[in-house]
Design a protein around this ligand. Structure first.
Ligand code: ZN
Length: 250
């Protein structure tokens, strides 16, 4: 079995003291590929290596960081080896007043998605309370490179909108949560060909002992998903890996 964490901020400072241990611990649980999304144009200097694992990078400015002067440019994308543009998106949570103005978020999203389109790169999308808006923008710009809508917790209708646009749903810890029944029904109804797995680490829902909680978290999500599809765990992992290979051409 091989597994890919399709959304892990491995360059986060919270991992500085345990990064190698974390990678070793993931490898022991068959997690051999890591997709590292960017938040503030800081993935360009990353070049992690390991005898067994592979590391893939995306580049982009997360909605939390678009107020800064950092802007994604075609030159930056051209200068690195990126498998995607991300994580970019729109977050309309009212409880987070520090979020940039909606117009600013929309413009930054469009600008970055446009660059991805020019490079035929998929997107890693952060989308909170903004699914209609975000899918509407992508439809209007005729975006066809697909990608992942990460940390998906939306409805069946929303899932289908993203799938129609060629996106996979990034399924994370919410699928294994006690209150995740609705999401589990959505996952069960949309077909295994439409999902990928992620931890979104270091997210606060994982315990502070990241080194062990990350691989455990991946195994737990995999086991929930395999149960929902009534599919053997190895076969589930294989099919999901195929989804990732097709999405990112890796
Ligand atoms: Zn993230």
């Amino acid at each position: 079995m091989q597994l890919t964490d399709t959304h892990i901020h491995l360059n986060s400072a919270e991992f500085d003291s345990i990064r190698q241990d974390l990678i070793d611990s993931c490898e022991k649980r068959n997690i051999f590929r890591f997709i590292i999304p960017d938040v503030n144009l800081s993935t360009h200097n990353l070049n992690y290596t390991s005898a067994f694992s592979k590391f893939y990078y995306a580049i982009g400015v997360h909605p939390f960081f678009i107020c800064s002067s950092d802007r994604l440019t075609e030159q930056l994308v051209d200068a690195g080896r990126y498998i995607a543009v991300g994580e970019i998106g729109i977050d309309l949570r009212k409880k987070l007043p520090e979020l940039p103005d909606v117009e600013l978020q929309i413009n930054a999203f469009k600008e970055q998605a446009d660059i991805a389109k020019n490079f035929n790169l998929p997107l890693i999308v952060h989308c909170v309370h903004a699914h209609d808006l975000t899918t509407g923008i992508l439809k209007k710009m005729n975006f066809r490179s697909g990608g992942i809508v990460h940390g998906f917790t939306g409805s069946c209708e929303t899932a289908r909108e993203w799938i129609k646009l060629g996106f996979k749903l990034g399924i994370g810890t919410a699928a294994a949560a006690a209150r995740g029944d609705r999401l589990r029904r959505v996952i069960g109804s949309i077909g295994i060909e439409n999902i990928v797995l992620e931890t979104d680490a270091p997210n606060p829902r994982l315990s502070p002992e990241f080194k062990d909680s990350i691989p455990e978290c991946m195994m737990k999500i995999l086991s929930v998903v395999s149960g929902l599809y009534h599919c053997d765990i190895n076969e589930t992992a294989y099919l999901i890996e195929e989804n990732i290979n097709r999405t990112f051409l890796i």
